[in-house]
Design a protein around this ligand. Sequence first.
Ligand code: IPE
Ligand code: IPE
Ligand code: MG
Length: 244
Amino acid sequence: MSWVEARNLPRHVGIIMDGNGRWATLRGEDRQAGHKAGSAAVRRIVRVSRRLGISALTLYAFSEQNWARPQGEVEALMGLLEEFLKSERDEILDNGIRLVAIGDTGRLPEFVRESLDPLARASSENEKMTLALALSYGAREEIAHVARALATAAIAGQIDPTEITAKLIASRIPSLSVGEPDLILRTGGEQRLSNFLLYGAANAELVFSDRLWPDFDEADLFDAIHTYQTRTAAYSPHDESRRG
Ligand code: IPE
Ligand code: IPE
Ligand code: MG
């Protein structure tokens, strides 16, 4: 397991949790079993991140594009999400974690919203760590949403189009309300962003792990943070001037 320095921790880490299906297939089980094991990995990694002192963790749990998966798989994922929100409620509140959801959450089934919305409200004042769940999330869709809002405001005469800068757009993007991601990590061996945090990815360090998400543990997270720290050792990653 790698050493992690307490200083120079990434403040905001985004994780593309990939590889559940392959994990299950390798064991001769159905994909659902992989998602269930993936859910246990989420619990582990949230706990470790909170203990480490990471200030924001954004987890890609369900993409806008994942709605196109077979209905049975979508239902299983929604069921696991509800179960996660119920079983983690006390731990989230007791540990000062603020839970937020990013994405088109209006598309989520009612039974998920009934667990999600009250927990988001109850934890909204917590300050130890923000856990952002990307649900029905797509970065292009998120940018389009901001573009529509800005166009509407411009037509209503509330903003001047010449004032629309990259910085203004960033300030309106929900996934960046906790700051830009310093580190984006993808498990499962694929090396692509799959529509995750595209606007915020501009300056992020990208780290790819071959570990399948259900197997991802504390040591793997430390390895990824160690890689981040090795790469950013030469400069101060939180230096705003670098952000351009
Ligand atoms: C990631 O694992 C979980 C979600 C996308 C919900 P996958 O289900 O994509 O697993 P693989 O990539 O098929 O192994
Ligand atoms: C990305 O994984 C989405 C999540 C982890 C929720 P996918 O498995 O859905 O992405 P692709 O299909 O490999 O791009
Ligand atoms: Mg996948």
